[in-house]
Design a protein around this ligand. Sequence first.
Ligand SMILES: O=C[C@H](O)COP(=O)(O)O
Length: 242
Amino acid sequence: MPCKLAAGNWKMNGLRADLEELRALIAAQPEPDCGVLICPPATLLAPMAAIADGSRLLLGGQDCHTGQSGAHTGDISAAMLADAGARHVILGHSERRADHGESSDLVAAKARAAHDAGLTAIICVGETEAERDAGRTLDVVLGQLRDSTPKAATAANTVIAYEPVWAIGTGRTPTLAQIAEVHDALRAAVPDAEISLLYGGSVKPGNAADIFALANVDGALVGGASLKAADFSAIIAALDAA
Ligand SMILES: O=C[C@H](O)COP(=O)(O)O
């Protein structure tokens, strides 16, 4: 059975003052049944690792380079993330595909680097609104899955996150039937049937339970609602109850 995971992506948000939210989250959810992961900006990984020491909270990065070291100014490697306390890394988020022109081939190379460093790669896929309107959702999502996922991916080293681009940060979510259609197709296509499938895109305390009730949704990749301990804690509780 795939592992349940509530993953928070802080994106380019968070200063040291915001570490209080992490302390509050650990206090609110000391013994979650599901995996709980926070992916902060790289600047907060080490202080978060110190706070999370002895708790069940997992930490992750938001991107990594394809190499483990070298002359790549401004980049960060999977080995560095692991050294700072990360167990996971988000790869191929639509914001990186759009802002940095990342291709699925590059995402696959980054995923191999993550695996080599012992990290679990959270590989993101998702269609734009124009692609959905053109009836291309499954073609786009399954194509990204095929091209972004290393052949050696297993449930032990890979998680897939379905994030419709038009639902990210907009307050709009697909219908439950639309989420189910994509997740059912992903389940049939992943190289290991035990790989966890996360939904992401405007997940909030108010809609989490309905999304988590879907058969092939094993958790969520949460942006805005992961920044506040109270909201993310409610989403974790909904996943534990599903
Ligand atoms: O990585 C998280 C997703 O992009 C979702 O962000 P959101 O929950 O703010 O819509």
